[in-house]
Design a protein around this ligand. Structure first.
Ligand SMILES: [Zn+2]
Ligand SMILES: [Zn+2]
Length: 441
């Protein structure tokens, strides 16, 4: 091919990138305008119409209000998106007519929302847009695009979060992809270094925290420099079923208990490692899934599992690695069909009573975990080991794809759970699992 041909291809590729970029720009403008409508008093009353429009099941409150809100909310929003595209057309069209035409893609795209908004306003098209349609939520909130489950949370979980309308990245940059405000969060391994730090930071974010511990004493966290006791529930590994009732009223379950037998390799150490690190967390995760039935539960419930960096890096403790890797793989397998969001916490070694030479502090690790959760990271990596950031996503992709290809998908439990008493979750043998100093936070 001659040089002129290559140049022509380059021009068309460039125009394609500009066209896509202009559509992306329109979406960024939509989301920023929406965020502004929640902080700027001039825009607020018009946007409030949109919020008054829907009941919790997303049915429309009133036909007249519906049409009115199109004129006050949807139509001006589309006009803003169109106007914001004009400078790009002028700027890019200055040197190249092709680029100028490509930049109009975002305006044409925005115009489709303008037209459908007006049609609805005139009462000609009464079907609501896809993010506001009523009916059961088939899947949890999406990570990259806004589905109904995602947007429902903006209306009924926290109106100061989840601002995005089509793509989620503006929320992910602003840290508004997950609101912890008012969420009931239960943390296992609560007496450990990380458990306490998580409780403290969750409390600071406005969550109502519940400590789950093998010890009876109430766990204390530092609030404004003063120690404050938090709601603490005593439980033992192997007796996961005893927490079933509590899990019904928990929004986010953080599975953070674990044991490190270090250099041991006898039968008892193998039994203990798998019982605590693998099967106890797996059982609690399954029990928690059974509490996810209604639309609000699908939208807001989450499980976070501390599978640790041992999933991809040596922890210099073979049984710790084996049992944590087994848990990590089970989470990867199970979350293919999970009824709610499941996050993994992939943490490097941090300073604790059991590991005095750790570089990261538990406090810092906990803050990083919450910062990433609010940016909707499903694999939360906090470590100083650069290889983990490289290998974990690759491993997750490869293993997840393999599991997807060679196992069968489960039907999503859209109907309410039929029999709540037969859980199908095997209970462990509570007597054979020692508790004590070895339990890590
Ligand atoms: Zn809003
Ligand atoms: Zn809405």
């Amino acid at each position: 091919m001659d040089i002129a041909g290559i140049n022509q291809i380059n021009q068309w590729v460039g125009a394609g990138v500009i066209a896509l970029g202009s559509i992306l720009w329109a979406e960024i403008v939509r989301d920023l305008r929406h965020w502004l409508a929640h902080v700027w008093p001039w825009l607020m009353p018009k946007h409030t119409l949109h919020h008054r429009l829907f009941r919790r099941d997303l049915s429309v409150v009133d036909e007249q209000l519906y049409r009115e809100s199109q004129w006050h909310h949807d139509v001006p929003e589309a006009v803003t998106m169109m106007v914001a595209g004009i400078p790009w057309v002028i700027l890019l069209g200055w040197g190249s007519w092709l680029n100028g035409v490509a930049a109009t893609a975002g305006i044409v795209y925005s115009a489709s929302f303008w037209i459908s908004g007006m049609l609805r306003g005139w009462g000609l098209a009464l079907e609501t847009d896809i993010t506001h349609q009523p009916g059961p939520f088939p899947v949890p909130p999406s990570q990259w695009h806004v589905n109904r489950t995602y947007h429902w949370r903006h209306h009924f979980d926290d109106t100061n979060a989840y601002f995005c309308g089509t793509l989620t990245f503006v929320d992910r940059i602003m840290g508004t992809s997950l609101s912890l405000k008012g969420k009931r969060v239960a943390v296992t391994g609560a007496s450990g270094t990380l458990g306490r730090a998580l409780l403290k930071h969750l409390h600071r974010q406005g969550a109502k925290v519940i400590a789950l511990s093998s010890q009876a004493d109430p766990i204390q966290i530092e609030v404004n420099g003063q120690p404050q006791a938090v709601e603490t529930l005593q439980w033992q590994v192997g007796q996961e079923g005893s927490l079933a009732e509590l899990l019904e009223r928990v929004d986010i379950l953080v599975l953070n208990h674990g044991v490190n037998v270090h250099g041991a390799r006898d039968a008892a150490a193998i039994q203990q490692s798998y019982a605590v690190n693998t099967f106890s967390s797996w059982r609690l995760m399954e029990l928690f899934f059974q509490t996810v039935r209604s639309n609000p539960e699908v939208a807001t419930k989450e499980v976070w599992v501390n599978t640790s960096e041992a999933e991809v890096s040596p922890a210099f403790s073979p049984l710790y690695e084996l049992s944590k890797r087994a848990l990590g793989d089970l989470v990867t397998l199970r979350r293919l069909d999970a009824p709610c969001v499941v996050r993994k916490l992939i943490l490097g070694p941090f300073k604790s009573n059991l590991n005095p030479i750790g570089v990261m502090s538990g406090d810092w690790v906990a803050a990083q975990i919450l910062a990433q959760a609010k940016r909707d990271c499903r694999n939360i990596i906090v470590t100083i080991n650069p290889f983990t950031y490289l290998f974990l996503p690759l491993k997750e992709l490869a293993v997840g794809t393999y599991f997807r290809l060679f196992s069968h998908s489960l039907p999503h439990p859209e109907a309410p759970a039929s029999n709540s008493d037969s859980s199908g979750v095997p209970q462990g043998d509570s007597t054979s699992v020692p508790q004590g100093d070895g339990i890590l936070g």
